[in-house]
Design a protein around this ligand. Structure first.
Ligand code: ZN
Length: 430
């Protein structure tokens, strides 16, 4: 396939260039001016269009897709631990295999409509653990999006469920070792729900599969205090002690890490994933993203995987925090997600250069002011939006055209999702 005449962008550091792209299989194989079509090659005229690499949601929970509009618990949670106990841990326990499938479908549909072609998911379903990651893989595969999946191992449901979670990660990592569309990470809930033997087992699994852990870190203010009370040491210490703090690790939130802990995370090369909408919605505090360093990415933590929407929240919240004299390049977080995907899949994402993954977004965004490398961040914040996306490609295949996912009947999926959501909420009340 040949895409001709488009304006190709890199998000950060921002760059723009007019060039044609040739795609073979799931890879960009050539880029340059005036590429000549080969016999039988499909050609798409992209003149006047703006093309950028597919976006990556670096931390989310697609199992929460069916919670939209869900009634609040009878007694409103007054803290983040109460929010977990009264909402999210009730929801995940009420998930059936069919609810997992449809929540992943809804999550994937919303992702591709928003130009997100890779989803790093953190899954929990304590009453349907075995095979749950395979169900998510199937749903994402139908929509056509890429997934980096892990099961949230935790001690909160007892040792049998903890071991089932470890086994589910192990099985999925083995099954996707050489997969081009799906990979695994070792999922883990958070330090305060994992005893030392559980962290040791997670470390063993990550080392065996030569991969990293994907875990919530210092999301709420008392995560560290709870860890210290139970284990006599901090979260980062515990991760390090069990071999989980390294350049494969994906640490979500990092809101309440101390400056010293952040320095250790940075020097270990672990990824930090910022989730601004979730942080604000759960009132857990402001993450010091200006000190996260280069290995930082953006996640949605259960909100729809619309990364340009998330980018705006990151920008405005950080602006409010830093004041007018200091600027934070929020688009660097989008490029960070693409760099994370590059490491996980072993091919470049986030660049439309030959050899890169053929994951991209074609937009008919018409800039009302000059669009240059210098102005691109402003256009990403204030103008470019999913309503302008004419095509979204993942792994060399169109997955969304003109705002409509091409591989599934969205109306039928949403109709079933609404039924399953109502039943899910009833089970939670019960
Ligand atoms: Zn999360």
């Amino acid at each position: 396939m040949l895409l001709t005449g488009g304006t190709l962008a890199r998000l950060h550091p921002p760059a723009l260039a007019r060039a044609d792209l040739r795609i073979e299989g799931d890879t960009i194989v050539a880029r340059g001016p005036n590429l000549r079509p080969t016999r039988g090659e499909a050609v798409e005229d992209c003149r006047g269009r703006f093309i950028f690499p597919g976006l990556v949601c670096a931390h989310t929970h697609m199992y929460s897709a069916l919670s939209r509009g869900m009634p609040s618990p009878a007694t409103a949670p007054a803290s983040f631990p109460e929010m977990l106990a009264r909402v999210w841990w009730k929801l995940d326990q009420a998930l059936t295999e069919e609810a997992i499938y449809y929540s992943a479908m809804v999550g994937a549909v919303e992702a591709v409509k928003a130009g997100t072609t890779t989803i790093v998911d953190h899954h929990a379903s304590p009453n349907a653990i075995a095979g749950s990651l395979e169900i998510i893989r199937e749903a994402l595969g139908v929509v056509g999006v890429r997934g980096v999946l892990g099961y949230e191992v935790t001690d909160r449901g007892g040792m049998r469920r903890r071991d089932a979670g470890l086994a589910e990660n192990d099985r999925f990592l083995t099954a996707t070792r050489a997969d081009t569309q799906f990979r695994g990470l070792v999922g883990a809930h958070a330090s305060f729900t994992l005893r030392d033997s559980s962290l040791a087992a997670l470390g063993d699994l990550a080392r065996y599969h030569r991969t990293g852990v994907h875990i919530h870190v210092a999301e709420a203010k008392d995560d560290d205090a709870r860890t210290r009370r139970a284990h006599g040491t901090g979260i980062v210490d515990r991760l390090e002690r069990h071999g989980l703090l390294n350049d494969h690790a994906v640490l979500a939130h990092g809101v309440h890490l101390s400056g010293r802990e952040l320095a250790r995370v940075r020097s270990a090369g672990a990824w930090l994933v910022h989730n601004p909408r979730s942080n604000m919605n759960n009132a857990v505090g402001h993450a010091p993203i200006e000190t996260f360093g280069e290995r930082a990415a953006l996640g949605t933590d259960g909100w729809p995987a619309d990364m340009l929407a998330e980018l705006r929240f990151a920008h405005f919240r950080e602006r409010e925090h830093l004041g007018l004299r200091r600027a934070y390049p929020a688009a660097a977080l989008l490029q960070g997600g693409q760099a994370l995907a590059s490491e996980v899949f072993g091919v470049p994402f986030g660049t439309l250069a030959p050899g890169s993954a053929a994951d991209l977004v074609v937009s008919d965004y018409v800039p009302p002011t000059p669009l240059t490398a210098a102005t691109l961040p402003g256009h990403l914040l204030a103008g470019v939006a999913p309503s302008t996306f004419t095509g979204v490609m993942a792994a060399g295949r169109w997955v969304c055209r003109g705002g409509t996912p091409v591989n599934i009947d969205v109306d039928a999926v949403y109709c079933r999702a609404r039924q399953l959501a109502a039943a899910l909420w009833r089970r939670m009340r019960g």
